[in-house]
Design a protein around this ligand. Structure first.
Ligand code: F6R
Length: 606
């Protein structure tokens, strides 16, 4: 969703801001803008609707030369997608960019009736509120702190004023802000990827904190202006990880690189020889691991489906624990009860998803221990959980989640393997999982290379369809859901995932020659039952694509057979094929693959 960048130093601010905003493009946005102060302390604003390239065009006509500025990519919440609603907003002496939502902006707007508002945004109201407090000798920091005390909602903000030409004031509540500390320069961003290449040292602002930044660094305060002394942290990753590396799209790069990122997920955590798994991050005592009886897994979208697949594995591995997988946006408002001796796994690629974060807080209120299964290092969820494990998939730039799904499933599986060994889990089965995990990266690589061209051809054949059903049974069911989600979000083909056994309970009524079906069929004890539905679909004119590791004869329109040593983890391999298929269908339909319409990479508002 929205992105913030700020710069104060010796470089031309415009260039740093534009390069930072480009790094944040992947989060999804519909307009962008920057505001800078020139050497004569004169402010300048440039804003545009559409891509950053539009903003660059505006700026090429009238470049900004100053060394201090703030920039923003906006994903519309209050007010339409217009230049007037784009950030930065300027009211009185204050220039402001804002991520999040000010819930009481209407009340505040009434109180601030002496101001003439130009936009429909809550941000302009916040700028006015800050300006109204920026008087009687108050500094910008004082004015921001005072204004924020009147605000209900969430925010990450960056503000400057020509009155204090060397300073940017930033603050956060529920929306991330990171302050990169460079040599004679300070770079501010809502996402660490914008800081890569400038500095590795950063202060991650916590909720309720405000910071005054200049080119020599930053001073941090709470909203009562008590001085705080946070320790700078190291930013991980490098610029290469956030570039396309020769691929046409980030999505294809992220699908293909699963074989190289997965070893980071597994590193030091799986011992295939002895058949053990161990994660250090959860930081659980032996007693806690023994006592746990219930595991609730919380996530949204792909993270939820990763949790669902992991729960099947948990049930196989741990004999005496119940698992429950919940959609965060529902769970946060349910009157849920968790038994004592529960553990909650909070699954999120971005670590910023508003609903997942809200669940984390609700679960903590009930005294249940929370563990993060998170990709983005230093993200809010990672900071608020009691313990947890990074999935180490590396930066995921494309909006559709692919390599993070695989890393999340694998991480939760290792967690299950670890817990299982304290619960009398079947040692042979744990060993088998450990062995499969250790060869998974090479098997994924083989699967992707063996079938990439085939999936591209299939995509060409099916790209003209408007409806699809994905069907799977047992551990192939969660990936049927995930396959349908991937297809719909990037190709805009209407796709639904179902448990194969549900076909006769309704969805089969839809099937005719205008539909195609993807059957995820595992060569296991449920193989025969998984074939059910295939014949019914074909008898009604539906086209059937089968993704399988079975070598048996199957009647289908198209069959993709995976030849692999992997058995238990076959759903993960089949899912990589679905990822390729969705990617190539989207390419064939000419879509914006990395930034599909209406979607944002991290959903920081409800
Ligand atoms: C689908 C997708 C979304 C996310 C969901 C949760 O490809 O990307 O469904 O999985 O928004 O996001 P995180 O994992 O960041 O909490």
């Amino acid at each position: 969703m929205c992105g913030i960048v700020g710069y104060v130093g010796n470089k031309t601010a415009q260039n740093v801001l534009l390069s930072g905003l480009k790094r944040l493009e992947y989060r999804g946005y519909d307009s962008a803008g920057i505001a800078t102060l020139d050497e004569d302390k004169e402010p300048h604003i440039a804003r545009s609707v559409g891509k950053i390239s539009e903003l660059e065009q505006v700026l090429s006509a009238k470049p900004h030369t100053g060394h201090l500025g703030i920039g923003h990519t906006r994903w519309a919440t209050h007010g339409g997608v217009t230049v007037t609603n784009a950030h930065p907003h300027h009211v009185g002496n204050v220039f402001l960019v804002h991520n999040g939502i000010i819930e009481n902006y209407k009340e505040l707007k009434e109180q601030l009736s002496s101001y003439e508002f130009k936009s429909d945004t809550d941000t302009e109201v916040l700028a006015a509120l800050i300006d109204s407090n920026y008087k009687d000798g108050a500094s910008l920091k004082d004015a921001v702190a005072k204004a924020l005390k009147e605000v209900r909602g969430t925010y990450g903000i960056a503000a400057f004023s020509p009155n204090e030409p060397d300073t940017i004031v930033v603050a956060r509540l529920g929306s991330p802000l990171i302050i990169g500390l460079g040599k004679d320069e300070t770079i501010i961003a809502s996402d660490a990827s914008a800081l890569l290449g400038y500095t590795r040292e950063a202060i991650y602002l916590n909720d309720g904190e405000i910071a005054v930044c200049n080119k020599d660094g930053a001073e941090v305060f709470n909203l009562n202006l008590k001085h705080l002394s946070p320790n700078p942290e190291t930013i991980e990753g490098d610029v290469e990880q956030i570039q396309k590396g020769g691929y046409k799209h980030f999505l294809l790069k992220e699908i293909m690189e699963q074989a190289t990122t997965l070893p980071n997920t597994l590193s030091g955590r799986v011992d295939a020889k002895n058949g053990t798994m161990h994660l250090g991050g959860p930081n659980l005592t032996t007693k806690e691991m023994r006592d746990v009886r219930h595991i609730v897994i919380v996530g949204c979208g792909t993270a939820y489906y990763a949790g669902l697949l992991a729960s099947y594995y948990m049930e196989q591995l741990i004999p005496d624990i119940t698992t429950e997988v919940v959609i965060a946006s529902e769970y946060r408002y349910r009157s849920f009860h968790l038994p004592k001796n529960s553990l909650a796994l909070i699954v999120s690629q971005s670590g910023e998803t508003a609903d997942t974060l809200a669940c984390l807080r609700e679960i903590k209120k009930r005294g249940i221990k929370t563990l993060g299964i998170v990709n983005v290092i230093g993200s809010t969820i990672a900071r608020e959980v009691d313990g947890g494990t990074y999935v180490h998939a590396g930066p995921e730039i494309s909006v559709a989640s692919t390599k993070a799904f695989t890393a999340q499933v694998v991480t939760m599986l290792m967690f299950a393997g670890m817990i299982a060994s304290y619960h009398g889990g079947n040692a042979e089965l744990i060993h088998k999982f450990a062995k499969e995990l250790s060869i998974l990266p090479t098997e994924i690589e083989k699967c992707l290379n063996d079938h990439r061209a085939e999936m591209e051809q299939l995509a060409k054949k099916y790209a003209k369809y408007n409806d699809a059903l994905y069907l799977g049974r047992d551990t192939a069911y969660p990936i049927a859901l995930e396959g349908a989600l991937k297809l719909k979000e990037i190709s805009y083909i209407h796709a639904e995932g179902y448990a194969s056994g549900e076909l006769k309970h309704g969805p089969i009524a839809l099937v005719d020659e205008t539909f195609f079906e993807v059957f995820d069929i595992l060569d296991n004890w449920l193989y025969d039952k998984s074939l059910g539905g295939l014949h019914e679909v074909r008898a009604r004119g539906g086209k059937a694509i089968v993704l399988t590791n079975s070598k048996a004869d199957i009647e289908a329109d198209d069959i993709v057979r995976v030849d692999s040593k992997i058995e238990l983890l076959m759903p993960i391999l089949l899912n990589t094929l679905q990822q390729l298929f969705a990617y190539y269908v989207a390419v064939e339909r000419g879509n914006d693959v990395d930034q599909p319409r209406n979607l944002a990479k991290s959903v920081t508002v409800e």
